[in-house]
Ligand binder design. Sequence first.
Ligand code: ATP
Length: 377
Amino acid sequence: MNQPRSLANQSWSAPEGEPVVRIEKVTKHFGEVYAVDDISIDIHRGEFFSLLGASGCGKTTLLRMLAGFETPSSGRIYIDGQDVTDVPPYKRPINMMFQSYALFPHMTVAQNIAYGLKNEPLNRQQRRERVVEMMALVQIEKLATRKPHQLSGGQRQRVALARALAKHPKILLLDEPLGALDKKLRERTQFELVNLQERLGITFIIVTHDQEEAMTMSSRIALMHDGRIEQVDSPRRMYEFPATRYAANFIGSVNMFEGHVVSHEQDMVTIASEETGSELIVHHSQPLTQGMPVTVAVRPEKLKLTEKGTNPANEITGTIQEIAYLGDVSIYHIDLPGGKRVQFTQSNIQALAELPLTWGQEITLTWSSHSCGVLSQ
Ligand code: ATP
């Protein structure tokens, strides 16, 4: 999993004081369709916050309500403590960068950026200075007199960003801002966006369907599903401690074993699962009742090779069916006797130190009770 962002590697905790954005019990329906269904989120000053989810989950509708382009069917939106639910877009301390960039083809780069300032109380000189400042910020000074069709996709993205930042908004909304860029440029631009956001201290709220992108850039992620929130958490916590089966599946790869609770004592749950052939033991502090159906989630990289029969619990034995070599790691697909397919990832440096694994080979794997999770939703 790709986690290079400095913030993503820290456990984010809410700062003191009022959130810069408060979304309170917001619902938006279009006829019968509940695009956003009773969502409440607090977003704090200086956050890089992602709304993440599959197509149609309601993330763009939520972003458009923050911008003021849609009105909630119910619920309130506050910015800096002020109720803006009925405030028009141009009066909100917010700006939005659209996925299409929406640049004017007949205007130069400088004119496009200046257009973002049209409602600001600035004189000609101040306006010119602000445009120069913005072009320097995103490093496009040399392109000032070009028109959008004379720019690459990445350069157009910078112009759109400069225009959206020009009026110094408190909050910048970005709708799939990297969607039009190729993979390499997207990865590079992710870092640039994070650096820029950290330098400016503006709150960024971004919509993306790409979980790696959200993991790389965000201080926190709200994972949406069918108009509702599945989980709001830092990238690291979302990956290590998914709250629901949907969250576990959406973020990264995961093995899920179905079973039921046998006992729960001193933060250790014992689970019987027909899929694994051994009992499962999971470190878990929330109370679970005996007999309750649960799912145990284990990430492929948490599995370790072991000797068969040496572990009292959390042990599976199966046959290697597929191997994918990805350079730094290899992914193995292993079939268990009951038919369950399990994914196991091993770094190739580690693999070199051990006996090579091959197709058709029987292997036994284990994992620690602290490196798996139990999900009841
Ligand atoms: P995508 O990633 O595909 O853009 P999304 O998560 O941003 O999806 P939304 O655009 O917010 O999803 O749409 C959520 C749901 O609301 C979808 O079922 C969509 O069809 C519906 N919807 C959105 N806008 C309208 C509208 N103006 N009229 C009717 N239904 C709408």
